[in-house]
Design a binder for this molecule. Structure first.
Ligand SMILES: C[S@@+](CC[C@H](N)C(=O)[O-])C[C@H]1O[C@@H](n2cnc3c(N)ncnc32)[C@H](O)[C@@H]1O
Length: 225
């Protein structure tokens, strides 16, 4: 199993930055608010939450998106397990996740429960969270995944810095691993990414980004109502 942990980090004002990709894991301009705006509101959550709901994510990073989603899931009264599968090639150590997540005291209860339950293979089985991290290059692992997501968080660093996470083939795989009513959201508004997602079967819409960012992109499977 791919178990190489990513130590290739520098820290800038408490924000981990990948030396390899030269990109931060989350926005220095309130990453939690951005995660909620882009990935949660962008997928119309919590309104679409229901029993058996499954989130797919490209790039797990620090776990910030998962924690924000799990908090919203519980706060919105869901009692069953939220399914969350994330595709990650260079997993952070739990110590570095804890360090990054300590920036968000309001997530503390969830961060502590997450870290306490995290297994060596990065899985979690709790009454309200069933998490799997699929280790390895998403281009290799997503085609082999047996699941389907109801909402996608596309979060693999910026397309300029990491084009592999936004390839035509990978976007096709996102479409193929989507339920009939699936949606996606991402902070990028790059035209070539929007076209790839449209080719993968989504309606694609450019909407207001977080904070100073003008635009981001959301979409739904074409056959979703
Ligand atoms: C912007 S960070 C994700 C942030 C994260 N969602 C969070 O909540 O902290 C992008 C992630 O994509 C991962 N990544 C980069 N290239 C990848 C690839 N080819 N396959 C899988 N994961 C990759 C990086 O290791 C990094 O953790």
């Amino acid at each position: 199993m791919h178990q190489v942990q990513n130590t290739n980090l520098i820290w800038v004002d408490g924000v981990p930055v990948s030396k390899h990709f030269d990109d931060p894991y989350f926005s220095a301009d309130n990453g939690l608010a951005e995660s909620r705006h882009v990935f949660l509101a962008g997928n119309n959550l919590p309104e679409r939450f229901c029993n058996g709901f499954h989130i797919g994510e490209t790039g797990f990073g620090t776990g910030l998106n998962l924690l924000a989603a799990w908090q919203l899931w519980e706060q919105s009264g869901q009692k069953s397990a939220l399914g969350f599968t994330s595709f990650e090639a260079y997993p952070m150590s739990p110590e570095n996740m804890a360090k990054a997540l300590s920036k968000w005291p309001e997530l503390n209860n969830f961060t502590q429960r997450f870290l306490a339950a995290l297994q060596p293979d990065y899985s979690i089985d709790l009454p309200t969270l069933k998490f799997r991290m699929i280790l390895g290059d998403a281009a290799q692992t997503l085609p082999r995944w047996q699941g389907h997501a109801d909402a996608w968080f596309l979060d693999g660093f910026s397309p300029d810095k990491n084009p592999d996470m936004w390839s035509d083939d990978l976007m096709q795989q996102v479409g193929l691993h989507s339920s009939k009513t699936a949606s996606f959201a991402t902070y990028t508004a790059a035209g070539h990414i929007r076209r790839k997602l449209a080719k993968a079967g989504f309606t694609v819409e450019r909407v207001k980004g977080h904070g100073k960012k003008r635009h981001m992109t959301i979409g739904k499977m074409l056959h979703a109502k």
